[in-house]
Structure formats: structure tokens, C-alpha cells
Ligand binder design. Structure first.
Ligand code: SF4
Length: 422
């Protein structure tokens, strides 16, 4: 059922959830960007206009020097940027701490010569090119299809696992082949879940996004539509666009899979953007990538997950970083990932805990990994361990296991070592 609501309703919503909210939260609309000499003269109206942000993205080494992000020209970066293009929205740039060369925001956006040194890995370890059923559509799991609707983003993440397709020129493969893609999905009734990805689908012109969603909603067996986007993190003002909100509302529910990696990315603007999405019926889930030197400490990860829950975002996946060409300096060990997960369970709310997954090379799919809580499997009972390392005897279901408890003795003591479940 498609809802038709007048644009003015969305303008009122944006006023309440965006402008009024930012003003109340900060005393006036935030003007922190004026601390940056290069943007001192930019008014809040310009700053909060996503089109202005889009037009003024940083694209070159020269832009990094002009804005003070790099002190001087470093010739070694030229070949890195030629190989892996750079784009940074002004909004995301001002989240950087310029005094800190290892700043986690900076490292996610500013090119690093280490990218050129780590090119021995596979540019496409998940074998997406092979799994492209028709150009622009990846069919890896039977019930899901992933559309590559663009190869542009507001900010190119240096750790992106699709570095191979990112480009400043818009070549919207799935958009060009939309009819062929829709035809393919319509011929595969097992596909119930379609994910728009890229690149960042929320930077598509609104009418193009509306056309894609409309065509997908016309296919009766497509039950779930998801959009993978980093717009709430790198250009949240894009969400405060009445036309975009109307589209998301009209084809609701559209599940938003966003990508916050560090607590400092959760700003007033990001929070306001998430509230707008929730208000138009778009549930927001987060996929964090575990990144060396950025969020690979338990305290950082706990803070991130707590803040996500506070603003209404459900942590969905913690991705182990894929072995992608140009990203080796971001990689962590599996042991480090398990240690992070060990530091979450029992220490933060269960709804804040994501599933830690490894995407298997060669298109093998995602595999969840977690600390081992099973100490021993018995016929009648198992020994399980809790987050404090205490072990408990847990009764299995004797009727179903075919090994009914025949002893008339009282229920066995559940303690293993000295610990008792209260
Ligand atoms: S926004 Fe997503 S697709 Fe774009 S560079 Fe970042 S991780 Fe890659």
C-alpha cells in the first residue's frame, strides 16, 4: 500500500527533528565548522544544505593542504590517490582532530601511503564479480539479491571492501540495467530480500531512487528492501530532504543499514538524521567494521555500541575486515575480534551486541564467530561458561534427547567447581 503525503508534512517534520532539535541541543545551530579558517565564512544555512556539502567535497591532495588537513604536499600520496580516489564531505572533515595524525576519523577518510604498500591482497576477495548474475546484480544467497546502484559516495572510506569499483564518475550499473535486473528478480521467486548498495544509494537523484524502489515494490515476492548507506555518518543533512523522506515513507518499510565505526561519528546531526529515518518508518541497523587503530579496543567499541542504542540504531554486524587490496593496515586478527566480543557480553545491554562475522573468501558467505561459551557437551547436560568465566551445569531436554533421567535422586547439583547459578 503506497502512501501519498504532501511534501509540507515532511518540511514540518524536518523543522521539528532537525532545525529545532539542533538549535535546542546546542543553543544555536552548531557552527563548529567556523573554527576551520577555510569554512569560516560559511553560514549555517549553507553548511546544512546537503547540496552545498556535495559540491564542496574535498577531492585532491591540494584540497587537503588548502583545508589544513595536510601541512604540505607529500608526493608519495599522488599514486595512492590515482589508484584509490579520494572524496571527503566538509561535514565529515571537520570531525577530524588535526593535531592527531592517528585520529580515527582522519584515518578512515584521508589517503595513506600504506594503501599502496598493501596491494598484494585480492581486490575482490568476496568474488562479487563472479557472482554477478546480470550486470549490477549480485546473487550470492538464494533468497537475497544485492544491487550495485552507484559507485559514488559522499566520502570514500579508505577501508572500503569495494575499493575496486569506487569512482568519482557516476556509472550507475544497476540503474542502466534496471529492466534486466527487475526481470531477473521477477523470474526468481526465491528472492525475497533486495539490498541496494554500491557506492551509496542515498546520493542517487531522488527520482532515480524512487524509480528503483517502485519497480522493486511491484514484484510480489520481494518482501524486504534494504539500503546500505553511510549518509547518516558522512552527510546527515542529506536525510533532511523532504523529497527523500517522502520516498522512504512511500515505499516503507525500507531498512537502512548504516555504518558507524567510531563513537565520535555520533554527532547531533547524525542523531537528528536517524530520528528522521525512524519517523518515516525506516528501521536503522548498523554494520561496524573492526578496524585496527580505530575501534579495536573494548572501551571504544562499548562506547560506540551504547551510543548507537541511545540514538535508536540497532547494532547488527561487527564485520571482521576483509583481506582487500589496499587495506592491510586496517586488518585485525581473529583473536582480537573474539577478545572484543568477550568484552561486550555481560558488560553492555544485549540489544547493543552485534553479531561478529567473517565473510568467507570466494563467495562462501558470512559466518558468525563468537567466544566459546560451551565447555562440554554431555548427553543429559552441558557445561556452559558465563562472561565471568564461571562454569555451570545446564540440563538438556531429556525427553527430546532420548536419554530420560532415570535417577530418583534430586536434581543434580548444578555447580561445576564453586559456582552456582542463582
Ligand atoms: S560509504 Fe560504503 S561503499 Fe562508500 S566508500 Fe564507504 S564503505 Fe565503501
Amino acid at each position: 500500500m503506497v502512501r501519498m503525503v504532501d511534501l509540507s508534512a515532511y518540511r514540518r517534520l524536518i523543522h521539528r527533528e532537525w532545525h529545532a532539535r539542533l538549535r535546542t541541543a546546542s543553543g544555536s545551530e552548531t557552527t563548529y565548522h567556523r573554527r576551520w579558517p577555510v569554512w569560516q565564512h560559511i553560514s549555517p544555512n549553507q553548511w546544512y544544505d546537503w547540496r552545498w556539502q556535495w559540491q564542496h567535497r574535498l577531492r585532491s591532495i591540494h584540497d587537503l593542504i588548502r583545508t589544513g588537513i595536510l601541512p604540505e604536499h607529500d608526493g608519495r600520496l599522488d599514486s595512492t590517490v590515482r589508484r584509490y580516489p579520494m572524496l571527503i564531505s566538509p561535514y565529515y572533515a571537520v570531525l577530524m582532530d588535526l593535531k592527531d595524525a592517528r585520529d580515527p576519523i582522519r584515518r578512515q577518510a584521508v589517503p595513506d601511503v600504506a594503501e599502496s604498500r598493501s596491494t598484494a591482497l585480492d581486490p575482490d576477495p568476496l568474488d562479487e564479480a563472479r557472482l554477478e548474475a546480470v550486470p549490477g546484480l549480485i546473487h550470492r544467497y538464494p533468497d537475497r539479491a544485492l544491487l550495485l546502484v552507484t559507485n559514488v559516495c559522499t566520502t570514500f572510506c579508505r577501508h572500503c571492501f569495494r575499493k575496486r569499483i569506487l569512482s568519482r564518475a557516476r556509472v550507475p550499473t544497476a540503474v542502466r540495467n534496471l529492466s534486466e535486473i527487475v526481470h531477473y528478480i521477477a523470474r526468481h521467486p526465491e528472492i525475497r530480500d533486495v539490498i541496494l548498495s554500491g557506492g551509496d544509494p542515498l546520493i542517487l537523484p531522488s527520482r532515480v531512487l524512487a524509480r528503483i524502489l517502485h519497480r522493486l515494490r511491484e514484484i510480489p515476492h520481494v518482501e524486504v528492501i534494504r539500503i546500505g548507506t553511510r549518509v547518516p555518518v558522512t552527510l546527515p543533512m542529506r536525510i533532511a530532504d523532504p523529497t527523500l523522506l517522502r520516498i522512504l515513507d512511500r515505499y516503507s518499510p525500507i531498512w537502512i543499514l548504516t555504518h558507524f565505526n567510531h563513537p565520535r561519528e555520533i554527532t547531533l546531526e547524525a542523531e537528528a538524521a536517524v530520528r528522521l529515518l525512524l519517523r518515516v518508518g525506516a528501521p536503522v541497523l548498523n554494520q561496524t567494521v573492526l578496524l585496527h587503530g580505530i575501534n579495536d579496543r573494548v572501551c571504544t567499541m562499548r562506547t560506540l555500541l551504547r551510543r548507537l542504542i541511545r540514538i535508536g540504531v540497532k547494532p547488527y554486524y561487527l564485520h571482521h575486515p576483509d583481506p582487500v587490496d589496499g587495506t592491510a593496515h586496517f586488518r585485525c586478527t581473529l583473536e582480537e575480534g573474539i577478545a572484543i566480543m568477550e568484552g561486550l557480553r555481560g558488560h553492555i545491554s544485549g540489544i547493543a551486541i552485534p553479531t561478529y562475522v567473517v565473510d568467507l573468501p570466494g563467495g562462501g558467505g558470512k559466518v558468525p564467530i563468537q567466544p566459546e561459551y560451551i565447555v562440554r557437551r554431555g548427553t543429559d547436560s552441558w557445561i556452559l561458561r558465563n562472561h565471568r568465566g564461571e562454569q555451570f551445569l545446564y540440563p538438556n531436554c531429556p525427553e527430546r534427547s532420548g536419554h530420560p533421567i532415570v535417577s530418583s535422586a534430586p536434581f543434580p547439583d548444578r555447580r561445576v567447581s564453586v559456582h552456582t547459578k542463582s
